[in-house]
Design a protein around this ligand. Structure first.
Ligand SMILES: NC(=O)c1ccc[n+]([C@@H]2O[C@H](COP(=O)([O-])OP(=O)(O)OC[C@H]3O[C@@H](n4cnc5c(N)ncnc54)[C@H](OP(=O)(O)O)[C@@H]3O)[C@@H](O)[C@H]2O)c1
Length: 107
């Protein structure tokens, strides 16, 4: 693999942008997310579009053992990431000043 990016949350909003940008540059990828089905569909599309090597790891990153499992999977398969784009996550939407109390900001 060459110029390999490990991208978490790859099929979400910003994740898809990171994947497309890296693919355009000819970089290989290891895509991480919760849904095996969505990862497989994305990997197929990206391989066909950019002719790059793409592997997937289905993991729920909220689980304490997830990072170790991802590390072990990469090691076992000889996948060596050059770049980590640790994008998976979630956030609220709305008017921050109106919708957040001081307790929520600083419990
Ligand atoms: N969009 C913004 O304006 C903005 C601003 C500041 C920071 N951010 C941060 O940038 C990141 C991406 O934002 P986004 O707007 O693109 O979010 P998004 O559209 O909700 O996509 C988030 C991605 O992360 C994955 N994900 C969430 N929880 C996960 C978990 N426990 N394990 C594995 N994958 C998980 C989601 O997969 P599932 O669909 O399977 O849950 C999805 O692919 C987030 O960390 C967010 O907090 C975004």
């Amino acid at each position: 693999m060459k110029n390999t990016a490990l991208i978490t949350g790859s099929y979400g909003g910003l994740g898809t942008c990171f994947v497309q940008t890296h693919g355009k540059q000819g970089g290989d990828m290891i895509l991480v997310g919760r849904s095996e089905k969505k990862l497989a569909a994305q990997a197929e599309e990206v391989r066909a579009k950019y002719r790059v090597e793409v592997h997937t790891i289905a993991e729920d990153l909220s689980q304490p053992e997830a990072a170790q499992t991802i590390y072990d999977t990469c090691r076992e398969n000889g996948w060596l990431p050059d770049i980590l784009i640790n994008n998976a996550g979630f956030g609220g939407q709305g008017d921050f000043a109106r919708e957040r109390t001081m307790e929520q900001i600083s419990p």
